[in-house]
Design a protein around this ligand. Structure first.
Ligand code: NAD
Length: 282
């Protein structure tokens, strides 16, 4: 039987409805949640992602400020902008679009963001707190995936969950989030031997490899829940890591590359912004 396609846009709407009343409360206390977005260079995918974030913020009555920096910006200049934003009490969340140009040390730059304004959840303090089982700000895509799993009522406890990808942005934090919920987690990556053998054992399969069509039907267990995080631009179209047409015949639930995890990731960025704005009044 064909899988149920999880509608990330509909779920995101639910999140926005919840956030609407929280933003109203903040505004009534004189706090307008504000996000500072730093885009480096001129990249079509980044531009689209930044626009989605700005639209989401404005639809909620939040504010956004965009810093569009040249691709050859020096690391010191970038860090001094981040420090200015850290010190600006009207800014509640700071996002630097990744990947950054190669001459910038991404980790060093991200660790300059005030952990209390790190709404991408990538600062080592936030990553460490998650690892300790005491999360503060959780990275948006993992938070989105958890909410998606909750929406279909899947209890991850005692389930075998396989995560393909070990990036700081998605693979590692979602693996830890699932472990914190007592799932049994396997993490695969480019050096993993026998990937199909491992993915075939997954009750829940989360794929964040950036490798279009990597996961085929014969790599998926019957009735598995398949979350496709991948989004690679191929000939102007976004392609997922999962071969949707064949895998959807086998899975119980599945997300599509477009309209799946993406809209929920933006919604969770807004949720993190609201959390930080609320924390700023304490
Ligand atoms: P990344 O390049 O930093 O990491 C990819 C990971 O996948 C690496 O750990 C690598 O070892 C692994 N990998 C790559 N090819 C593989 C293969 N053939 N077999 C096994 N493992 C393999 O990427 P990322 O930042 O984690 O993003 C992954 C994908 O998710 C990208 O397509 C990205 O655009 C997408 N993404 C989507 C959203 C969203 O909101 N939908 C958010 C973040 C990232």
């Amino acid at each position: 039987m064909a899988a149920t396609v999880i509608d990330g846009r509909a779920l995101a709407k639910e999140v926005y409805t919840e956030l609407g009343s929280r933003v109203d409360d903040l505004v009534s206390c004189g706090i307008i949640p504000r996000i500072a977005l730093i885009e480096i260079g001129d990249n079509e995918l980044d531009r689209r992602r930044v626009a989605l974030k700005q639209n989401a913020a404005s639809s909620l009555g939040m504010e956004s400020v965009l810093y569009n920096l040249r691709a050859d910006i020096g690391q010191d200049r970038l860090i001094s902008l981040i420090r200015e934003l850290n010190a600006d009490s009207s800014v509640h969340g700071i996002v630097v679009q990744t990947p950054m140009p190669e001459h910038l040390d991404e980790k060093t730059v991200l660790d300059e963001i005030d952990p209390e304004k790190d709404i991408d959840g990538l600062h080592f303090c936030n990553a460490g707190k998650l690892l300790n089982g005491n999360p503060a700000i959780v990275a948006c895509t993992p938070r989105a995936i958890l909410r998606i799993l909750d929406s279909i009522g899947v209890d991850v406890q005692a389930k075998h969950t396989v995560v393909v990808g070990k990036s700081i942005l998605v693979g590692r934090p979602i693996a830890v989030c699932l472990l914190n919920r007592n799932a049994t987690v396997s993490v695969c990556h480019t050096k993993t031997a026998n990937l199909p053998e491992i993915t075939r054992n997954a009750d829940i399969l989360v794929v964040a490899a950036g490798c279009p069509g990597l996961i085929k039907a014969d790599m998926v267990k019957e009735n598995a829940v398949v979350i496709d995080v991948g989004q690679t631009s191929v000939d102007g179209h976004l392609k997922g890591d999962v071969e949707f047409d064949t895998v959807s015949e086998k899975a119980s639930y599945i997300t599509k590359a477009v309209g799946g995890v993406g809209p929920m990731t933006v919604a969770m960025l807004m949720a993190n912004l609201a959390d930080c704005a609320e924390a700023s009044r304490k």
